[in-house]
Design a binder for this molecule. Structure first.
Ligand code: ZN
Length: 364
């Protein structure tokens, strides 16, 4: 398997970003990224300067994605971002959807943005069900982004499990969503603290089996950059893009999509930290059952000396290793659990850059 690097959260001037989809994808390639997804808003653009995503924009996005794909060199993914219920009865959540192919339906926007701020205007189950129905015939992946945001987050602890989610964005320029005490947390422009129940760990504890990804959420149109973006709609809190690494056989749209589908992916704070996390030789994202014992292995090659590797079991610290050099390996054994259990690894290297693996789930 090879590691490929990309940005899965990019806005163009087809919704509330500044540059064309083609320019965004060109910049992604010039920045040395291997893949990039376009995720323009279908709705929820407050007082847009460019207007909401009209049908010809969807054509422009699809064309740009189709023309940017260069098998073996660069993969372009088609997607969109849309408001979904956050299950707190008051605010919208944000969902990015990625398609396997370079064309697909554009789901309708059922509500203008103001509806999300009017109590009672949204019927969460009805809204969610209609979107899920619209996407039922399309091969796609659903990713909740900035879930711990107070303004546009997702209350995992209240979210019905029937709406399956494939991926969760653990870091973007808005901040990190891993857990309450994480470095770089998402704090809204309004200064409101993160959303209770909106952490990635809450999702995992609630039984969502999601892969972890990173993105920029760029509105300036420079995927994977370290520009601080003081844009009109979304002032980024941090300058560094999140990046997603996928473990794939080849660099094509289809192979990247499949890696994301299998949760063979991890997130970093822009540094290209190599992270290999396995249980009994199976890669991150795996679901294992009927194991006699667990051999858990983490191998990291940092871009600077690795300070520590931590492995969490059901959200609690389980094992760690203190580093001091770029190349660090840790191996430990755990007994097979007698209840569903999840592990993930977090790497911290000097300069406080982080990498988060997708989890591995162990069923008895
Ligand atoms: Zn976005």
């Amino acid at each position: 398997m090879n590691i490929y690097w990309g940005d899965l959260h990019v806005h163009s001037n087809c919704s509330d970003g500044r540059r064309s989809p083609a320019a965004c994808l060109e910049s992604a390639r010039e920045a040395g990224l291997d893949f990039c997804a376009m995720t323009d808003y279908v709705d929820h653009v407050p007082k847009s300067r460019y207007g909401l995503l009209p049908s010809d924009s969807w054509e422009r996005i699809q064309t740009a994605v189709r023309e940017a794909e260069r098998p073996g060199e660069f993969a372009a993914l088609l997607g969109f971002e849309r408001s979904v219920p956050s299950w707190d009865g008051q605010t919208p959540g944000s969902l990015c959807v990625y398609y396997r192919t370079d064309s697909g339906p554009l789901p309708t926007s059922r509500h203008p943005q103001r509806d999300w701020l009017r109590p009672g205007a949204i019927r969460p189950d009805e809204d969610m069900r209609s979107l899920w129905d619209e996407l039922a015939e399309t091969e796609c992946l659903k990713c909740i982004v900035h879930s711990c945001s107070a303004r546009q987050g997702y209350t995992w602890t209240a979210a019905p499990g029937e709406y399956e989610i494939d991926l969760v964005e653990v870091y973007s320029k808005w901040g990190a969503c891993e857990t309450q005490d994480c470095t770089f947390p998402v704090v809204d422009g309004s200064g409101r603290p993160p959303r209770p129940g909106g952490w990635v760990r809450d999702a995992l504890a609630a039984g969502f089996r999601v892969g972890l990804i990173g993105g920029s959420n760029t509105h300036f149109g420079y995927p994977g950059s370290d520009l601080w973006e003081n844009d009109w709609a979304n002032a980024a809190r941090y300058d560094k893009s999140g990046l997603t690494a996928v473990l794939a056989e080849e660099l094509t749209r289809d192979a990247v999509f499949q890696a994301l589908r299998d949760r063979r992916c991890y997130a970093t704070t822009r540094e290209r930290i190599q992270l290999d996390f396995t249980v009994n030789g199976q890669p991150m994202g795996s679901m294992l059952a009927g194991q006699d014992r667990l051999r858990i292995r983490v191998h990291v090659v940092g871009t600077r000396p690795v300070k520590r590797i931590e492995v969490f079991r059901n959200g609690e610290p389980a094992h760690h290793k203190i580093g001091g050099r770029e190349d660090l390996d840790m191996v430990f054994d755990d007994p097979a659990p007698d209840e569903p259990t999840w592990y993930y690894a977090r790497v911290t290297q000097t300069g406080e850059d982080l990498a988060w693996s997708s989890p591995i789930w162990i069923d008895p």
